[in-house]
Design a binder for this molecule. Sequence first.
Ligand code: GLU
Length: 473
Amino acid sequence: MSSSAPNFFQSVQSYFDKATKFTDIDAGILQQIKVCNAVYRLNFPVKIGNEVKVIEAYRVQHSHHRLPTKGGIRYSMHVNQDEVMALATLMTYKCAIVDVPFGGAKGGVKINPWDYTEEELERITRRYTSELVKRNFIGPAIDVPAPDYGTGPREMAWIYDTYRTFKDNEIDAAGCVTGKPVSQNGIVGRTEATGRGVYFGIREACSVAEDMQKLGLKPGIGGKTMAVQGLGNVGSYTAMISQDEGDVKIVGIGEVEGAIYKESGIDIHDLIRFRKETGSILNYPGAISFGKEEREKVLEFECDILVPAALENAIHADNAPRVKAKIIAEAANGPLTAEAEKILLEKGKLILPDLFLNAGGVTVSYFEWLKNLSHTRFGRLEKRFNQRTYDNLISYIEKTTQKKVDDFERTLIARGADEIDLVRSGLEETMINAYHSVRDIKLSKGINDYRTASFVCAIEKIADDYSALGIFP
Ligand code: GLU
């Protein structure tokens, strides 16, 4: 990436400015929507071995127009104030697009999590959480963290446990963090949620015949080829669900150790097993391997859909001209720089922006928070009732038609929804609605790209909130 290129935060702000031209919102309100409301930068000591290590960390709450604020915590050496501010900003708009009633936030701890033992990570996580509690920067009604790059259910369980030790008698304490293990007040389907949401978003985009025609592609996700950069949580679930449920052919995968390409298709489950066994995706049978130095080649593979699912700024001005995919599906946050986006749009590519495409994670986090506040799992009350109603209906049809429904079909039809069914159904509904509300704005306002339309969608909803709150005239 050239050094004169805008950084991630500047890119996000430039997208915002571009979008405001398509709204007629008061300049003051726009300014309030744009700025980060609160930035907490902290340093805290943690004993690592015989040494005391001072750790740099952040929590940024971008917007308080709805509470609590919401967003993941990332553990990475790339963490810096601008990055956390950019990510918190994206969370606000992301939540607005998918109608998740939260403001945006993000946290970051500047460590390489793979350099520490589990015990050390626990110490770091608990100390970071204690600092947030002390400053009132966490709580089910205040600010609710979740996993992000370098963190997962394990860290969320530590956060929840630490919070509980401070807030012993807070009845809704479990809602202080989402992405917890299911056994620790988590929700089933949260781990796969971002990848599943990415899949639903791509599937919906591919179902619009008119848009596919413009790209020279057939409508429908089935049979399309896909390359995925990053086999972390989001990348691996996107690939698995696209292959299993969408009949997509995975032709390329990129990871830290390199990239592989196989025109006839890679079975993603088999590749994940292979990587577990050998420690690498390289030399996967039948695939062409590119070593560490050439790992970015995955972004240039011949395919219909490219899914950057790693970190920000993966596609920049230098490599954008070599991207061959017609659809770029942003599973990561900010994988395209503003310059790259311009180049790709000029070439007529369809870019599905992070802002709505990877909102599946926060959507299911919202379901988890609702579950925590209601103190019961979804489906508990109505599952058996629905099952019995369908069963009665089948019996009635059998009686009136004198035809027997076989046992297999009966169990298929006469069932009530489990938590996982409801979570997936709620996520599917959310992603389909989000896609079409953004597409409608794009068409009605004559906007050229989905990112700008997504920003307009978010900005208009947040501005509405401010006027409803009576904060602005
Ligand atoms: N870290 C995820 C994101 O960037 C999830 C946030 C959440 O669940 O609150 O969207």
